[in-house]
Design a protein around this ligand. Structure first.
Ligand SMILES: Nc1ncnc2c1ncn2[C@@H]1O[C@H](COP(=O)(O)OP(=O)(O)OP(=O)(O)O)[C@@H](O)[C@H]1O
Ligand SMILES: [Mg+2]
Length: 236
């Protein structure tokens, strides 16, 4: 049997005395989408940060396609096809939209030449074509999130980590963002992991989900099971 695209085994993360993640184990197959749910401070971002290498693991292993990457730098993991759209709209706010996209593309596996990659982005989000020469920091929150998702996907990642893509956005924009994520997952066959407080939104696009509480997995299942089980009321 081939290895799952992404495997996390007994992963723990600490910030000094604070235990943010406690022995978390999960596997995600190629082409699957997984929702990581949990309230404020549950450990969602810490899990994603440890997978991409921004936060050091205090225990446990992370494997990409069977290859142990636990000791690799974030840059080395990115070269293996991992992309991480971090919490809090991290982009270069003084640079234009197109400069942000070009920079992100230059770090990627370069699956397609830059003009084609840009055309693809502007086709999906026409508003970004209009704003191509505007400083990214001047865009609305929703437009900035579109830039962030485009920067993460323009590199044609094989594993895409998204940290709260819906945070602070109006429902109509959230729908647009999630439609994009669903399309990307289907078209690319990438493995997608989405951390979200809005459980229902994430489970509607995910195949599987699990909930963290105080750094531990307290519930896991298929999205259908979790939606049926009314998990939001019990765990979040
Ligand atoms: N840099 C840090 N230094 C110290 N403690 C931290 C740091 N980052 C997170 N924590 C703590 O680790 C725990 C898990 O935080 P984390 O950010 O992973 O949760 P989260 O589920 O992403 O929450 P949110 O929904 O608010 O983004 C929390 O108790 C938090 O206060
Ligand atoms: Mg977080």
């Amino acid at each position: 049997m081939t290895s799952p695209m992404l495997e996390v085994e007994g992963l723990s993360v600490s910030y000094g005395a604070v235990r943010a993640l406690e022995s978390v184990t999960l596997g995600a197959g190629a082409g699957s989408t997984t929702a990581v749910l949990g309230a404020n401070g549950a450990g969602k971002s810490s899990l994603l940060r440890a997978i991409s290498g921004i936060a050091p693991a205090s225990a446990g292993r992370i494997r990409l396609e069977g290859r142990d990457v636990t000791a690799l730098t974030p840059q080395a993991r990115a070269r293996l096809g991992l992309a991480h759209a971090m919490e809090g709209r991290r982009l270069f706010k003084q640079m234009t939209v197109e400069e942000n996209l070009r920079l992100a593309w230059s770090f990627g596996a370069r699956a397609s030449p830059l003009p084609a990659a840009l055309e693809d982005v502007y086709g999906r989000f026409p508003v970004l074509a209009e704003k191509a020469r505007a400083a990214a920091g001047l865009l609305s929150g929703g437009q900035q999130q579109m830039v962030i998702l485009s920067c993460a996907t323009i590199r044609s990642p094989r594993v895409l980590l998204l940290d709260e893509p819906s945070l602070g956005l109006a429902p109509i924009i959230v729908r647009q963002i999630y439609a994009f994520i669903t399309d990307f997952a289907r078209a690319s066959g990438a493995t997608v992991v989405i951390a979200e407080q809005m459980a229902t939104v994430a489970l509607n696009v995910a195949d599987h989900g699990f909930a963290l509480r105080r750094g531990r997995v307290v519930l896991a299942g298929t999205s259908a099971e979790l939606l049926r089980g009314g998990l939001a009321a019990t765990y979040l």
